[in-house]
Design a protein around this ligand. Sequence first.
Ligand code: SAH
Length: 452
Amino acid sequence: MPSAAVQESAGGQPDDPASGPQPGLGGGLPAGLVGRPGRRQAPPRHLADLDPAGRRTAAQQLGQQRFRADQLSRHYFGRLTDDPADMTDLPAGERTGLASALLPRLLTAERELTCDEGTTRKTLWRAFDGAYIESVLMRYPGRVTMCVSSQAGCGMACPFCATGQAGLTRNLSAAEIVAQVVAGARALAGGEVPGGPGRISNVVFMGMGEPLANYSHVLGAVRRLTDPVPDGLGISQRGITVSTVGLVPAIGRLAGEGLSVRLAVSLHAPDDSLRDELVPVNRRWKVAEVLAAAWAYAAATGRRVSIEYALIRDVNDQPWRADALARLLAGQLAHVNLIPLNPTPGSRWTASRPADMSEFEARLADRGIPVTVRDTRGTQIDGACGQLAATDRTAPPAGPVALADPVVRAVPVVPSGQPAPAVRPAPAVRPAPAVRPAPAGPSGPRATGRVG
Ligand code: SAH
């Protein structure tokens, strides 16, 4: 029986991140999973929540000319500024009022951590209501990827994921998602990231949260990110990746949007018995249904689907599971991303042995499945997958940082005059549920059972 929190919305406002309808969750979720947060105060409205027509209407409602909205859009998306002092094309007496009505500051950078000689930067953001979220900028030769959060926390409860341990606080607004990218774009344009001034080329929805459980705001954000300047940031749709646990109705809906964003499906197991444990939403939508939706998405968009598979030692890394995965993907427009598990604090699970990883990869490759092992950038700053655990804090995170790598620096971003201590949020960890040993596959030995 699904919890009350996941029943279809009776009355939320479409633009209310706290209670908006969740069309992707029709049919409800298994008990314990949270599709929709309880009612909370919505973030302030921002220009990036609105499409261009909506912005003009909003300007008019403020007693302004409609074209003022376009001027503000040019400042925000084109010049990456929300500072009224920069807006010299607006009447001096109107600047502050317009900016505070349509460009309210949504996120405050609480802390920044960098590694990889400054080319990986994780930012911890505090939202208007004290919720904490994180984003990560990763600069590579020839591209810059922003990993963004779509929710404060996550309701999907995947036991190996740090965010999943703390539960869902609330959906982010479209503008709160966009603000993470604008901040990265601003830092890059300003030459703050080693490598010279640059631009964001890719955005991946792989930070905190399940993007398809916050469908309308994620879609709004995708439009703002990809609409050409000055309506949006002008990032190529092909550079956007939406990663999901597999909310089947929402995948179908996304396929019908006429976008060419990439879909990533967090599969992590080819068999329902194990996936039911690793990705609990699998109890609602099984592997076969999730993959059918993925292939329909590939057919509708022409884009290869990325299959995410975190390799967990002796849990899902057996050769027979590689073979089973290869059989599921044979002949499909798919690519497998193997991710060595980033162990979360308190969990006994760890990354696969290198030899098992190589074997898993080779078995897929031998069967003609395109496969790569994902770069694990940012591990030292807990910026890697599943490590974004600063959820649901009402007070600034505190506690000693345990950063082994001397390259990692904690950078204070709130001008305080005092160097900020190197701290990180203490993750709220609940013990991972015991996972049953997976049954033996048709062509392989039993899992060892050392899984919980
Ligand atoms: N909810 C979405 C997006 C956020 S997580 C999803 O599940 O796809 C982004 C990716 O990181 C997912 O593939 C997720 O399964 C993976 N991930 C989470 N925790 C991880 C960990 N501890 N180690 C490796 N990958 C992890």
